[in-house]
Structure formats: structure tokens, C-alpha cells
Design a protein around this ligand. Structure first.
Ligand code: EPZ
Length: 417
């Protein structure tokens, strides 16, 4: 077991290249099972969620060949069987096998998904969509069985623009009889990446990226290739580090529009940065203006950057309000920021942050993926040494973070516990 150790207050200078998006990757790998034959997925990030999905795909008797960031998945021996609880609970995205196997076989048995403890995270909208298409859902203890004589098109109104439900319904609808319309669909850019993949397989998905997605079901799908888009959340995390410690820090391999909400907030705070076609160069801002931030569905300020953003707000000259609206329990990092010296009042999911605070290095614990990245950010700007435990959360979604940060001057290392 390892911990992360950081000696704070070192300038970050040089170039960090962003990897493929976790939240695309964890949707694209299950989707490969919709196709007959071999699929190639490129720009796959080196994160542990990837490995958890590999284990599920192998458990379903598919072949996976990995060469660096490129993987080939062959479904010729795919067997539709229960995905074990041990593998289902290792990550949230195991729920994508529901839509995929229901779409392909009209039957699936799977356990409740895992994932970060940032709220109740029910899957009622996924199940409502499947039922509208004719599936019968039975549940015992933690296992779901979904069955359908026939899956048919449906008109589905999502009461919340859920990313997971939108993608899962797209999977089942791609092989259903007839046309399915998803109203109030989620608009996150990862959904466009998934729809492009489905359409390259021979599906008929229109409107991805808008709040109305129309899927005309087809009989079968064929193997193809797809590239994972850059990870806007990984990029946002390093951009925030650049706003605090950057000396011409270049964050490369990004699609700037995907981080527009973040760049708008940084401009409001007085942070200077230069956008390139696929990069941003950012410098430390010594006089951060206070702002209020509310997380929203895309294209609003992403909930996945809320926790790292709260650390930047501890360094603003004045009082900021950080409000989390997507998940009801995404505040686990605040007690550790307070332990480091931050002046924060927490009321439910609303944090009143009084800046500018001097942070002091100490022993802290990651509570979830993005909470963990916020604590790394805090350790990088803190006086002295910070030690972070429970780092598995962080390695689930940030590839080679120790190497990437060390390469631009951070004093950060892994140590055995
Ligand atoms: C995806 O989670 C991402 N995870 C999350 O990233 C991200 O925070 C979230 O979308 C929002 O952008 C993956 O892609 C694997 P939702 P998901 O369904 O699909 C409620 C990270 O750090 N809801 O859009 O679980 C739900 O409880 C992770 O990378 C229902 O009530 O998010 C939440 O409050 C964390 N019923 C809200 O909707 C449902 O059936 C948003 O959930 C589904 C969701």
C-alpha cells in the first residue's frame, strides 16, 4: 500500500500532456461488446478503472489485446453471464453492461455498481428507460435481472439530465426495434464521443450533445475503431494547479472549448492564460479575485472540478461561495482543507470560503477521486510536507499523476506505507 508525499511551494513549469477521458473510456470499453467482431479503442488512459473493465470483459469471455494506449476487443467468444459482484462494485461504470447486454441479448444479470461515495447515486432513471423499452426488471438483494421478449422504441423523458442513464439507454436502444427518443438527455461531451463510436459501428444515433437524442434501432452492429477524447477534468485539474503555481505551465492535448466554464471563472478571478488550438499556457495569479461557483450539468461548471476549484478559492482575496448541486455528498475533502488551515464554513453542499488562507502540510486522506485531486493541489501550495493516504481513489482516474507533476517541477513522490 502506498501514500503520496508532497513538499509544497514549488513552481510548476514545462509541459503536461493530457490523456484520454476517463468518463469516455469507461463507456467505450463496455460498448465494444455491442459489436460483432473486433473493435479498436485508441488513446486509452492508464488508470485503474480501465483495468477493472478489462476484468469484466474477460469474465464475459472476450479477448483483449493492449498495445500501449491502444486496445483491441474481440467479441467472437462473448458469453452473456452474470457479472460477478466483486467486479461490478469496483467501479460505477459497470452499470453500462446493463444497457449493452440488454440491447444485445435482451437479458442481463448484474450487481449494483460501485464508484465514489459522493451521494446515494440511484440508477432509477436507467431502469425507467429500460422498462419503457419493454424490459422487465427484477431485483434481489444487490442483483438486478433484466429481461425483454423484445426491446422496442420508446419516448423517454429524463427527470434529470443523467450522464449514465443517457448513455445506457442509447446502448439498449441501438439494437431495439423502432425509434427511441431521449428528452432532457445529458449533453456532456463524452456522450458525443460514445455516439460517434456507435454510429461507426452501424448504429443510427442523432442529436448527441443536445438535450434530445433520437436512436433508430438496427439489427446488429459491427466492430470498428474510435479515439478517446482528451480528459477535460484531468486537464482542468492541472490548469487549476497552473493558476496557483504555474510559470508558463503548458497543458497540452486538450480541446479548449470543453473547459470553457473553467476558463470563464479563471478570467473572472484575474488569472492570465493563453489558449492555443490544443493547449493552454497558464501562469500563477498572485492576486486572485473572489468569485462564487455553482456546479451544473454541461456546459455549466463541472461537478468533477468543484473540489479542486475549492482549493483555488482558499487563495482568493476575499470570500467565495462554492455550491455543489449535482451530488449531495461531495464535501469529504473540506475537513482536511480545514485541518491544513483553510477558513471554510460548510453548510450541507454550500461552502463559504474565506481567503486568503495559508495552508500548512499535514497528514490527510483522500475520500474520493476528485476530493483526492483537491488534496494534491492543497499539498502543492502548502508550507512543508503533506502526506495523503487512501490514494487508490486518485489512481482510478488520473494517469501517471506523480510522473506528470514531477516532470514540471513538483516535489511529489509515492512512498510505501
Ligand atoms: C457521471 O456519473 C460521471 N461518471 C461522474 O464522474 C460525473 O460526476 C457525473 O456523470 C456528472 O457529470 C462516469 O461517467 C463514470 P449522473 P453518473 O447519472 O453517470 C442522479 C468522476 O469523478 N441520478 O449524471 O453517475 C445522481 O444521483 C465521476 O469522474 C439519479 O437520481 O452521473 C446524481 O445526483 C464522479 N438517478 C445526478 O443524477 C439515476 O438513475 C447526476 O448523476 C441517475 C442519476
Amino acid at each position: 500500500m502506498e501514500k503520496i508525499v508532497i513538499d509544497g511551494k514549488h513552481t510548476l513549469s514545462g509541459k503536461i500532456t493530457i490523456g484520454g477521458a476517463k468518463n469516455s473510456t469507461v463507456a467505450l470499453i463496455p460498448a465494444a461488446l455491442l459489436a460483432d467482431g473486433v473493435s479498436t479503442i485508441k488513446n486509452v488512459p492508464n488508470i485503474t478503472d480501465r483495468d477493472a473493465l478489462f476484468d469484466i470483459v474477460k469474465e464475459l469471455d472476450c479477448e483483449i489485446v493492449q498495445k500501449g494506449k491502444e486496445i483491441k476487443i474481440d467479441t467472437k467468444n462473448l458469453t452473456n453471464k452474470t457479472i460477478s459482484q466483486e467486479l461490478s462494485v469496483r467501479l460505477r461504470a459497470s452499470y453500462y453492461f446493463m444497457g449493452v447486454l440488454l440491447g444485445k441479448y435482451k437479458h442481463v444479470e448484474i450487481y449494483f455498481p460501485g464508484g465514489c461515495n459522493i451521494g446515494q447515486r440511484p440508477i432509477d432513471l436507467h431502469l425507467k428507460g429500460f422498462k419503457a423499452m419493454g424490459a422487465k426488471v427484477t431485483k434481489n438483494k444487490h442483483k438486478y435481472m433484466l429481461d425483454a421478449e423484445e426491446l422496442h422504441g420508446a419516448n423517454i423523458n429524463l427527470t434529470f439530465a443523467s450522464v449514465g442513464a443517457t448513455i445506457n439507454i442509447m446502448y439498449a436502444a441501438s439494437l431495439a426495434n423502432g425509434v427511441t427518443t431521449i428528452n432532457n438527455a445529458a449533453k456532456e461531451v463524452e456522450i458525443i464521443n460514445v455516439a460517434d463510436y456507435l454510429n461507426k459501428m452501424g448504429a443510427k444515433v442523432a442529436g448527441a450533445g443536445t438535450s434530445t437524442i433520437v436512436i433508430e434501432g438496427v439489427k446488429k452492429l459491427h466492430g470498428t475503431d474510435i479515439e478517446v477524447i482528451p480528459d477535460r477534468i484531468e486537464a482542468g485539474t492541472y490548469i487549476l494547479m497552473g493558476a496557483l503555481l504555474g510559470d508558463n505551465l503548458v497543458v497540452d492535448g486538450i480541446i479548449p472549448e470543453h473547459n470553457k466554464a473553467l476558463f470563464d471563472k479563471l478570467s473572472e478571478m484575474g488569472v492570465k492564460f493563453t489558449l492555443g488550438r490544443r493547449s493552454v499556457t497558464i501562469n500563477r495569479c498572485k492576486n486572485l479575485k473572489p468569485v462564487n461557483v455553482t456546479t451544473e450539468v454541461y456546459p455549466g461548471f463541472p461537478t468533477d472540478l468543484g473540489q479542486p476549484m475549492s482549493v483555488l478559492l482558499t487563495q482568493a482575496n476575499g470570500t467565495c461561495i462554492m455550491e455543489e448541486t449535482i451530488f449531495e455528498n461531495r464535501v469529504g475533502h473540506y475537513p482536511y482543507l480545514q485541518k491544513m488551515g483553510a477558513n471554510i464554513e460548510l453548510n450541507g453542499s454550500v461552502a463559504t470560503i474565506h481567503g486568503k488562507s495559508k495552508l500548512i502540510g499535514t497528514d490527510i486522506n483522500a475520500t474520493d477521486l476528485r476530493g483526492g485531486s483537491a488534496l494534491i493541489l492543497a499539498g502543492l501550495i502548502a508550507e512543508g510536507t503533506t502526506t495523503i493516504r487512501d490514494i487508490d481513489y486518485i489512481l482510478r482516474g488520473y494517469e501517471n499523476i506523480i510522473h506528470k507533476l514531477s516532470s514540471v517541477g513538483a516535489k511529489i513522490r509515492l512512498e510505501e506505507i
